[in-house]
Design a protein around this ligand. Structure first.
Ligand code: C5P
Length: 291
């Protein structure tokens, strides 16, 4: 048996550079893993796929897609038993499904001793979803292309956030569809944000947070714009929507501050999670491939 943590992510910066001929959007995004984690346990079996714990999530789970993608790539005729303890809100732009999928790919690699190269892991992950490759090595990364081209960024200082997850989900595809109409004007360069991030000044990081998808999601869900305004009055260094929403996050200076803000009466009707940067070295996160 293999147990793994699958962390959530927030997008600290997300710019859309245009629409591609394949229908996807060309992105420049800075993804940052946080320690709100799904827990998965994997067991080999001779045939078939079984997933327990995701019964409430509609559609074919990305965990199954990931299992099938690995099996196809290596022409394997094996099975997999998965238990998923879901803690990351779904449809929230926090990458929970993608992270579960990446954990599954790594687990298959380890359990069946496939010895997949980084390139093979990346290609399989990218075929399952645009965000999946980032989670093969969850930390801080600049992601381009559809989001699947991942460049690790050194970010030594931990960051602290309050994630606020409303009780409705945003469809990523729908948000991108709506964005089409508003894709005009100047494209913001990520390099300034990358410099600010490496300097580590909280106020400047807060001021540099940016997400091009906010407008489209806020139009679909005006409650999100209201929630952002409320959160901005609470004294966060910055507040931003993650991915295509529906979760927002506020940047804080410490975990005690994050806990205090998460408990504030302004957010009493919203699920809140005080979190810090996910660090592979101080968790039970296991990746035999990258150890
Ligand atoms: O790659 P993934 O399956 O996660 O993407 C979900 C949907 O989000 C796509 O079908 C597409 O509509 C949209 N998308 C996009 N451009 C991206 C990533 C996702 O248009 N870079």
């Amino acid at each position: 048996m293999l147990e793994m943590l699958a962390p959530a992510k927030v997008n600290l910066f997300l710019e859309v550079r245009g629409k591609r001929p394949d229908g996807y959007h060309e992105l420049v995004t800075v993804m940052h893993a946080v320690d709100l984690c799904d827990r998965l346990s994997f067991r080999k079996k001779r045939r078939g796929f079984e997933l327990r714990g995701a019964e409430h999530i509609p559609g074919r789970n990305l965990v199954q897609k990931a299992f099938e993608a690995v099996a196809r790539a290596r022409r394997l005729r094996v099975g997999l038993d998965v238990r998923l303890d879901k803690r990351i809100p779904t449809g929230a732009g926090l990458g929970g499904g993608s992270s579960d999928a990446a954990a599954t790919i790594l687990a298959m690699n380890a359990l069946y001793r496939l010895d997949l190269s980084q390139e093979e892991l990346g290609a399989i992950a990218g075929s399952v979803g645009s965000d999946v490759p980032f989670f093969l090595r969850p930390g801080t990364a600049l992601c381009t292309g559809r989001g699947e081209i991942v460049t690790q960024i050194k970010a030594d200082k931990p960051l602290y956030f309050v994630i606020a997850a409303p009780n409705f989900e945003c469809s990523t595809a729908e948000v991108y569809r709506r964005l089409k109409c508003s894709l005009t004007g100047k494209i913001i360069d990520v390099n300034y944000f990358l410099r600010v991030l490496s300097d580590g000044n909280l106020r400047r990081i807060g001021a540099g947070l940016f997400n091009r998808l906010e407008k489209a999601s806020f139009k679909m869900f005006p409650a999100l714009a209201r929630l952002k305004r409320k959160m901005m009055q609470l004294g966060f260094a910055g507040v931003l929507m993650s991915g295509s929403g529906s979760a927002l996050f506020g940047l804080c200076g410490s975990l005690p501050q994050a806990r205090a803000l998460a408990a504030s009466s302004t957010l009493r009707r919203i699920r809140t999670f005080p979190v810090k940067s996910f660090r592979q070295e101080d968790t039970a996160w296991k990746s035999p491939t990258f150890r």
